[in-house]
Design a protein. Structure first.
Lengths: 107, 288
């Protein structure tokens, strides 16, 4: 392989590598956002019934809505998923603390 | 012989497998439901943690925790920042409602020197009644609009009522009523339950870490915390009620606060006040 051929192959491989790395999943749609947001809201509502909502969940939900209003559904879906994860963590906390609080009690 | 070994092995394996289940109840012990024993253990914990402090000094919160802070407090008390609030509360208390009645008509002893008896358990309603709640109910019973639980008017009224009760020991009663004991238990559970994204309970700061710093703040001990309410906080540049303290504690640990005077907060105040029985009312207080 000539020197120029080798350089060309290397350049081609680099371009392909960069293109591969930069490739992203298909853009999220409004329907994706609506589904993700509904799931997050449902989880947060459950946390509310346990009297244990987190402020950061509300902030992530608000950020999701703001991104959706701006037409950025990738960001809106990402924030909704973040909100759902936070809400689920708050549910886990409330459920486990039903017994665990006793370990902190002064006796 | 082989059979016996196999049986021994199986029994050992079973015993090992059962260990976590056997250990679980002792790790999370059953709750005692004994307020008298609770209060004794609570006060013993703090007096042993801070052996140099007299019991009555705990009502001074972070100012009781070290000498420098105690000096700051003594200087602050020369011109106390809550003085304006006490004056405002005194005027408000004396001013009749539109119907001619006043706050004094709603409370025993004309509302003077009674702070140490709040909150109390109301057997008719089956719930805890805090002083803030009683004040707003008094207003509503006399066709006046209720005050915000977290703002200056409520702080002023409770500041004045606390001021007239200074030195009187907390005397919270738990009547012989299962609902009262349940309210106390609920308050205790709330106090120790971790919440918010930071996974803090009230006890994380005020039992495990009093005297330690959280950023620039020195954390107050839970013992005597309610005796100083309401408080002037330099951080707030103003007065704050018990409701304000509870709701901001919740939001600081990234939990969504409940409504002021929600049942949980009323029960929490009941528990926290009960375990400080015997310590003098020092409110209104001043805090960094």
């Amino acid at each position: 392989m000539s020197k120029s051929m080798r350089i060309f192959t290397l350049a081609l491989a680099s371009v392909l590598l960069i293109a591969g790395a930069a490739s992203v999943p298909a853009a999220s749609s409004e329907a994706d956002f609506k589904a993700a947001y509904a799931a997050a809201e449902a989880a947060n509502k459950e946390a509310g019934s346990l009297r244990n909502q987190w402020t950061v969940t509300a902030a992530a939900l608000a950020a999701a809505k703001k991104a959706a209003d701006a037409g950025d559904f990738d960001q809106a879906v990402a924030q909704s998923k973040e909100a759902e994860a936070l809400a689920k963590a708050s549910i886990y906390q409330a459920t486990s603390e039903k017994e665990l609080w006793k370990t902190l009690e002064i006796r | 012989m082989h059979v016996r070994s196999a049986i021994h092995f199986a029994l050992a394996a079973l015993a090992l497998a059962a260990l976590p289940f056997l250990a679980a109840p002792s790790a999370v012990a059953d709750d005692t439901s004994d307020p008298v024993a609770d209060a004794r253990a609570f006060q013993k914990y703090f007096t042993e943690k801070f052996p140099k402090l007299k019991l009555e000094d705990f009502v001074n919160g972070p100012y009781s925790m070290n000498e420098d802070m105690h000096r700051q407090w003594e200087e602050k008390e020369q011109f106390p920042p809550y003085e304006f609030s006490v004056e405002m509360g005194k005027e408000m208390f004396a001013k009749p409602f539109k119907n001619g009645k006043s706050y004094a008509d709603c409370f025993p002893n004309g509302g003077v020197g009674i702070r140490q008896n709040y909150p109390y358990f109301d057997d008719k309603e089956g719930k805890v009644i805090t002083l803030e709640l009683a004040l707003n109910r008094c207003r509503e019973a006399n066709d006046e609009a209720p005050f915000s639980y977290v703002k200056d008017e409520m702080a002023a009224l409770t500041a004045y009522m606390a001021f007239t009760s200074r030195g009187k020991p907390f005397d919270i009663k738990i009547p012989n009523d299962p609902r009262a004991l349940q309210a106390y238990q609920n308050g205790k559970r709330y106090f120790y339950t971790r919440r918010g994204q930071l996974n803090f309970s009230c006890a994380t700061c005020h039992v495990q870490s009093p005297g330690e710093r959280i950023r620039a703040e020195v954390l107050a001990p839970a013992l005597g915390l309610m005796n100083a309410m309401p408080i002037y906080r330099s951080e707030w540049s103003g007065m704050g009620t018990t409701s304000r303290r509870f709701t901001t504690c919740n939001s600081q640990i990234r939990g969504v606060p409940l409504d002021p005077q929600a049942d949980e907060y009323r029960d929490l105040e009941y528990y926290l006040s009960y375990v400080s029985n015997g310590l003098p009312i020092s409110g209104p207080g001043a805090r960094p």
